[in-house]
Write a protein that binds this ligand. Structure first.
Ligand code: LLP
Length: 427
């Protein structure tokens, strides 16, 4: 992001012009930024070893074009649903570069994984038995990891701390050996991996090092009972500095420096050499994207509200996690801040606030507000609440720009609704 002649730019493109051309609200993603982020994480890990794989967490931004950008860089994906599996394959990712995660998969999900040759991260004994049966029905072997619950406290919002002993995710460490023993005795399941994910938006690398220690310890124990590990997946979770001036976020190098020695030395001591897999989501895509939202009106009440055309229907994070996103008036990006404003969406809920008490230049109807760092868990968590069609998404890449998703219309809202037979004719 840059400011030129008073306007905010994303890559080579003036956000104000994009808003005029495509309308607001509008998501705009810079492909170059995603490529850069991917290459940085790859280079940081490659300083230690070539035995690693980067599985992009598709839930962060599941647009097919984003998946294609990453597939072309060589990424695989952490996929959490049949939809994500299909999109990742369509994007050109190889089945062996996918891991089907999730604590609640259906038999249909398991059958899809078996059919497409995708490894599954199994989250319960029940799921293991179902998967063995499903794979048996198909007459095909399936490779798995178990998701370990590492019982770690991590410094992040409680709703996105996933490695606590009390979360719904993973198999408690005390049961994990029994899980592998049972998997070893299954006819159609072959345990080859070990998986964990401790949480998201973590701004300190130390928890990742601790998770790596737990994983190495478990790797030793499962190796001792006869499991031949081919990968160790430590999940995603590296945070980004949403408060661009105040947050200090570790870079990919710092992350690699914390994790890689623990893993490599630990595995060397055990005398095994599984690949290390990581599942970054946010850190690859968050800062690639802005949400541009138009100002409908400004209101002076107990505070000054800027009423914009995007709300938590399009960017849920502030309402759901009290998340902070930087706000820039895109068409007046270098004007001095003069006034505190609260940016309010159009949704019929008190909690529909995108940003609170921000010092901004004077704002008026027709201005374009940019919500920064909206590329992760932005569009992917959007909804049609209040019967608002979702907005379009544009990708820019160098001088190029194109829609990567058209905006929905009211016809799209209606497309899946069925008229009831008993509502035909007069009441
Ligand atoms: N692997 C697994 C198994 C995950 O569950 C997740 C995220 C990731 C990888 C990627 O984590 P990341 O690198 O993006 O932190 N909606 C929330 C974040 C939810 C994260 C869910 N799992 C937010 O907007 O902050």
């Amino acid at each position: 992001m840059q400011v030129r002649d008073g306007h905010l730019y994303i890559g080579a493109h003036d956000c104000t012009s994009l808003a005029a051309e495509f309308g607001t609200p509008l998501y705009v993603t810079d492909e170059g930024r995603i490529q850069e982020n991917f290459r940085r994480v790859r280079a940081a890990l490659a300083r230690y070893s070539s035995a690693f794989r980067i599985l992009y967490a598709a839930k962060a931004n599941g647009n097919l074009s984003v998946l294609q950008t990453l597939a072309r860089e060589g990424a695989g994906a952490d996929v959490f649903s049949a939809g994500e599996v299909q999109l990742a394959l369509l994007a050109g990712m190889r089945p062996e570069y996918l891991l089907f995660n999730g604590s609640s998969k259906s038999r249909a999900d398991l059958a899809l994984a078996v059919e497409r040759g995708i490894r599954v991260s199994v989250d319960s004994f029940d799921e293991l038995r179902q998967l063995d049966a499903v794979a048996g029905d198909a007459g095909r072997e399936v490779e798995i990891s178990f998701r370990v619950n590492p019982a770690l406290e991590v410094p992040t919002h409680p709703k996105i701390a996933t490695g606590l002993a009390t979360t719904k995710f993973g198999i408690p460490a005390g049961q994990i050996l029994d899980a592998y023993r049972e998997a070893l005795s299954c006819a159609y399941v072959r345990p080859v991996g070990l998986h964990c994910h401790i949480g998201s938006q973590i701004l300190d690398v130390e928890p990742f090092a601790r998770a790596a220690e737990v994983m190495v310890r478990v790797a030793g124990a499962v190796t001792d009972i006869g499991v031949d590990l081919s990968f160790l997946d430590i999940g995603g979770g590296l945070g980004i500095p949403y408060r661009r001036d105040a947050d200090s976020a570790p870079g990919f190098e710092e992350y690699a420096d914390a994790v890689m020695p623990v893993v490599l030395e630990g595995l060397a001591e055990l005398g095994i050499s599984p690949e290390l897999w990581v599942e970054p989501g946010r850190s690859l895509v968050a800062d690639s994207t802005v949400l541009l939202t138009g100002v409908n009106s400004v209101k002076s009440a107990h505070k000054r509200f800027v009423n914009v055309d995007a709300g938590f229907n399009l960017l849920l994070r502030p309402a759901m996690y009290d998340s902070y996103h930087e706000v820039v008036v895109a068409n007046r990006a270098d004007a001095p801040p003069v006034q505190e404003y609260t940016i309010a969406g159009p949704i019929c809920e008190t909690g529909d606030i995108l940003a609170t008490d921000r010092m901004l230049p004077a704002v008026e109807e027709g201005d374009v507000i940019a919500m920064l760092d909206a590329g992760a868990y932005g569009f992917s968590m959007s909804s049609q609440y209040n019967s608002r069609p979702r907005c379009p998404e544009v990708m820019v890449s160098g001088e190029r720009k194109a829609l990567m998703r058209r905006g929905e219309t009211v016809d799209d809202l209606l497309a899946t609704m069925e008229p009831l037979p008993w509502h035909q004719g007069a009441p």
